[in-house]
Design a protein around this ligand. Structure first.
Ligand SMILES: [Ca+2]
Length: 114
């Protein structure tokens, strides 16, 4: 069966039968990526302390950097599904998320060096 047409409806109240069909972790991963991009950018600017110019820089980057903008837009879009995804997380998904976090570490260290 194809449920693509009505996946706008998030049926939170639906009785959980057997949780065979995983809801996945797409939105969670996108949110993590967005938070990571934001964190990396902020850290790269912290050497002179945090200030209002940092907030403005984020805004400017959002407006001029298409990749950054897309990452944040993806993170925001569908964020209401994250709770359901996390509730339904399985081992493989947990490992995938762990890898996403680990992948951020080099970027964070690089940002701190700037
Ligand atoms: Ca998303």
């Amino acid at each position: 069966m194809n449920d693509e047409a009505n996946n706008e409806e998030v049926n939170e109240e639906a009785p959980a039968q057997e949780a065979e069909a995983s809801v996945g972790i797409k939105e969670t991963q996108e949110a993590l990526k967005g938070a990571g991009a934001l964190l990396v950018f902020i850290l790269s600017r912290l050497k002179d302390g945090a200030g209002i110019d940092d907030a403005m820089a984020i805004f400017a980057k959002f407006q001029t950097d298409e990749e950054f903008k897309k990452v944040l837009a993806d993170a925001y879009e569908g964020a209401d599904k994250i709770k359901g995804e996390v509730k339904d997380i399985d081992l493989m998904e947990g490992l995938a998320l762990g890898k996403d976090v680990i992948d951020l570490v080099p970027q964070i260290l690089e940002a701190l060096k700037k």
